[in-house]
Design a protein around this ligand. Structure first.
Ligand SMILES: *Cc1c(COP(=O)(O)O)cnc(C)c1O
Length: 426
């Protein structure tokens, strides 16, 4: 019984982002509770990365589970073209209430499709208006997902080598990070002047997969202002930053200049079910209203606005509205700030940075890439062997736990970071 999961896994499963030839055996997880995951051998792990940035209220949250169960008994799914339902309209109303500059929600299943939809909406917005626009602008170290549009928009990661010739045209600009911020503004200005750009897509304030890179709201405000001047749409990919990861409900809450489209997914259902939303302004929505059927947005997925997913998202919003959740988030933010102060300047760290509930440590390394990969594995298993799931991005380790993490668990993560800095292999 005990090894049956792993045996069958080996026989039948192809895992994401995994070199199946050389990868170590996966851990068979049989239970999750709050910030903890339990494997089949009885070991427990603190989920320091919220299971790929999805989980917000802890694993197997009983309140969300109850709402999912109730919805499943009532209406599990219905086609969303020509039909509608209460969980979808309530979720639309409640979410848009928090981002009043956005007026419509369009549902899909995951972060990549949310991005794909935003890009398609931006392209067709100009097409419907009879305006010629051809190019998308994105940041150099961006990550926007796995489908072709999202992959095209993502930074030039070598991971996408096989697909390079099949990706569409993108112009990249540097992030406003470090000393040459002005380069970023100048690059955008120049690109928009000389190209027919339909949209600028960005991860607001915090770039996730690109290495937990952070930049200031004032600087994003400037970039958005440049886009406004050239009537270029702004797409905020909040797939990772949404739902309080940056300290506020959305990273865009820090901005004066608001985006035209937003992509939401990971934390949308509290990390329980796959669901995504692309939101847009009334102006964009109206560009699709016409007696000409060809101006319709011809896009939809089988599980668009799945009622059980919507019910999970509504339950997650209920939990976010509780004082205790808000206190947990504030507590996490201030604990991170204190630990940052304590560890900043450590000789083995290039940088320690925080954006809200995310704390990132950049390790010094002058080594080549293959060593890098070794270091990455060493770091990963060092933490895993000690009961913590922390998944390095190159030489960057970050903490992004569910908000219900306990004081003891959080201290353990901080201690492990301090401890690893005393090890010789770092
Ligand atoms: C994870 C991520 C995506 C892709 O979401 P999936 O659900 O994995 O398809 C897109 N954008 C950002 C910023 C992400 O972090």
């Amino acid at each position: 019984m005990k090894n049956s999961i792993l045996e069958k896994d080996k026989q039948y499963i192809w895992h994401p982002y995994t070199q199946q030839k050389t990868a170590a055996e996966p851990l068979a997880i049989i239970k999750g509770q709050e910030a903890l995951l339990f494997d089949e051998n009885g070991n427990e792990y603190i989920d320091g990365i919220s299971s790929w940035w999805t989980n917000t209220h802890g694993h197997s949250n009983p309140y969300i589970a109850k709402k999912i169960y109730e919805q499943a008994l009532e209406l599990e799914h219905v086609i969303f073209a020509g039909f509608t339902h209460k969980p979808a309209v309530t979720l639309g109303e409640r979410l848009l209430g928090k981002i009043p500059y956005q007026k419509r929600v369009f549902f899909s299943d995951n972060g990549s499709t949310a991005v794909e939809i935003a890009i398609k909406m931006a392209i067709q917005y100009f097409h419907n208006k009879g305006i010629q626009r051809k190019t998308l602008v994105a940041f150099e170290n961006a990550f926007h997902g796995e489908t072709f549009g999202a992959m095209s928009a993502s930074g030039d990661l070598s991971l996408n080598n096989a697909f390079k010739e099949h990706l569409f045209n993108i112009i990249r600009i540097p992030e406003p990070i470090g000393e040459d911020k002005e380069k970023s503004f100048a690059a955008l200005e120049e690109v928009l002047q000389n190209n027919q750009v339909y949209a600028f897509i960005f991860e607001p304030l915090l770039q996730g997969a690109g290495g937990m890179r952070m930049y200031a709201p004032e600087d994003l405000d400037k970039l958005i202002a440049i886009c406004r001047k050239h009537e270029v749409l702004c797409i905020a990919d909040e797939v990772m930053t949404g739902f309080y990861r940056t300290g506020k409900f959305f990273a865009s809450d820090y901005l004066k200049n608001k985006p035209d489209l937003m992509c939401l997914s990971k934390g949308l259902t509290g990390g329980t079910l796959p669901l995504a939303i692309t939101t847009c302004t009334e102006e964009i929505f109206e560009a699709f209203l016409s007696d000409d059927k060809l101006k319709t947005f011809f896009h939809g997925h089988s599980y668009t606005a799945n009622p059980i997913g919507c019910a999970a998202a509504l339950a997650s919003l209920d939990l976010f509205e509780q004082d205790s959740t808000q206190q947990n988030i504030e507590w996490l933010v201030s604990n991170h700030a204190n630990f940052l102060k304590k560890i900043k300047g450590h000789p083995k760290l290039n940088d320690v940075r925080q954006q809200g509930t995310v704390l990132a440590f950049e390790f010094k390394t002058s080594q080549n890439t293959s060593y890098f990969n070794n270091l990455r594995d060493k770091l990963y298993y060092y933490f895993l062997d000690r009961g913590a799931i922390l998944r390095p991005l190159g030489n960057v380790i970050y903490l992004m736990p569910p908000y219900c993490i306990t004081k003891k668990q959080l201290l353990k993560l901080y201690n492990l970071i301090e401890q690893i800095l005393t090890e010789d292999f770092i």
